[in-house]
Write a protein that binds this ligand. Structure first.
Ligand code: AMP
Length: 231
């Protein structure tokens, strides 16, 4: 192996808990990331949550991105990379993190590599049939405290994981959902192709029941890391 290969994040052994989740909007990234974070005591970093919170509080960032979120487009790479950089500087990421909704483009992924300074990530692609996505997002409600999603027949007003209340996301409406799916095909599909060449990339079938997805998710991370690294 020559020097340049050693520097390539594709060839670096991943840190135990630096995990990235990619997949279509509605594939279950938020729910799986929240559960993974609880199981392994690492922070879930959801760029969508950070941006929605900034919009709700009317911060300068929120004012900058509000129209883009409402339209279902992607906020510019430099803006979102700055947000993630600030979040990763927080000491709670020392043992690792699970990223939900970032990166979404190849330039964002390259920026993440640079931010991590050679510490590679385990990349899990939650693969789901696009046919089920529309129905899932149209009926989705999201827990305002932990991000857990509730789709289909709503049996409770409160989140089974944390007891928080459910809200309907402003961008979970049919026209906006279509634009978010278009943004995925245009930008995120190439990202999945780009990551798929790495050794620490795994695809998990997200059409299964939640608990099976969670088991497959843990198994995929473990397979990338090797035995004994997940407590
Ligand atoms: P999400 O909750 O991940 O579906 O994100 C909600 C919205 O936030 C997206 O439709 C985008 O407008 C914006 N957003 C979140 N993450 C990113 C990102 N990595 N790059 C660009 N825009 C993002």
């Amino acid at each position: 192996m020559n020097g340049s290969e050693e520097q390539d994040p594709a060839n670096v052994r991943p840190h135990p808990f630096n995990v990235v989740l990619v997949g279509l909007p509605g594939a279950g990234k938020g729910t799986q990331a929240a559960q993974f974070a609880r199981r392994h005591r690492v922070p879930k970093i959801s760029t969508g949550d950070i941006l929605r919170d900034a919009v709700a509080r009317g911060t300068p960032l929120g004012r900058e991105v509000a129209a883009t979120l409402e339209a279902g487009g992607l906020v510019p790479d430099d803006v979102i990379v700055r947000v993630v950089q600030e979040r990763l500087e927080h000491p709670d990421t020392a043992r690792g993190f699970v990223l939900d909704g970032f990166p979404r483009t190849v330039p964002q992924a390259a920026a993440l590599d640079a931010l991590l300074g050679g510490r590679a990530v385990v990349v899990i692609f939650l693969e789901i049939s696009p046919d089920v996505i529309l129905q899932r997002l149209v009926t989705r409600r999201t827990c305002e405290s932990c991000g857990q999603a509730d789709t289909g027949a709503h049996t409770s007003e409160y989140c089974a994981s944390c007891g928080g209340g459910f809200v309907k996301r402003a961008d979970d409406h049919i026209d906006v959902i279509r634009r978010r799916l278009d943004a995925y095909v245009e930008n995120t599909q190439p990202l999945v192709d780009w990551y798929s060449r790495r050794p620490a990339f795994r695809t998990v079938d997200a059409n299964q029941p939640l608990a099976d997805v969670a088991r497959a998710f843990d198994a995929a991370v473990l397979e990338c890391l090797g035995p004994g690294e997940i407590p």
